[in-house]
Design a protein around this ligand. Sequence first.
Ligand code: SF4
Length: 292
Amino acid sequence: MELNIEVDKKSGFCYGVVKAIEKAEEHLKERGHLYSLGSIVHNNTELERLRTRGMEVIDHKGMEKLKDTVLFIRAHGEPPESYNLAQDNNLTLIDCTCPVVLRLQQRIREQYELLKPVNGQLLIFGKRGHAEVNGLIGQVDGDAIVIENEGDLALVDFKRAVAIFSQTTKDPQQYDKICRLIEEKIKEAGSPPEFFCSFNTICGQVSSRHPHLKKFAQKHSVIIFVTGRESSNGRILFESCLSANSRSYSIEKPDEIEEDWFTDGDSVGVCGATSTPMWLLKEVAQYISENI
Ligand code: SF4
């Protein structure tokens, strides 16, 4: 089939993930083995590549049994308990918490100190159980309400002050929508507008990709979006592509691509999430050009 294929130059890992992988690979080159607390990226193909180089993913239960060794902390960050446990178990940390997440953790601690004396509530717009969200809640000993959707606003008392932060990878439009709803509810409850404080802490690396991907998707007749199924950031960014181009397909690996997605003369755009490596995007483009 005659196809014109373009790989999006602005896709590929965000700088937080690039830095984390560089550090991990540096250590793996020297020592040949490294424990990682959780998966470094939500992308199985990249995880498999690192596994063959000696990276071993463990969970928090596994960490409890680990002693006197080196442990890698990924870009999502961790709650303080993980650092305490690392100290108790004599673990040397390669801490690759993204600076953007570290700053967010600090802002949450600061805001919590202001909310406490006025009986305020701290809200986090994010995915319950997501590693980054667990790390954020841990900053305030779990005293925060996670808002995944409108329905979760029922957990909030709008007669009390409210401050909301966002998980770094959320959709900016959804965040705005939640904030507008909170404003309305504060008003309905008869509370003053000052009772509501919003901190848009969505990472610039993510928020700038939404308008860019929409443009990229409009430019092409077919979009192949590459992402790990576990990646929440991938799901949200794919929605942006789909809203701009109904012939958008989300895949994890090249062999998931189907021939009947394409017609002769199509212009094909290949792009991905912040956790999708550029080498995989290029591999997908090559697969299309050789097999379709
Ligand atoms: S998306 Fe942003 S906050 Fe998350 S790891 Fe990448 S650079 Fe850091």
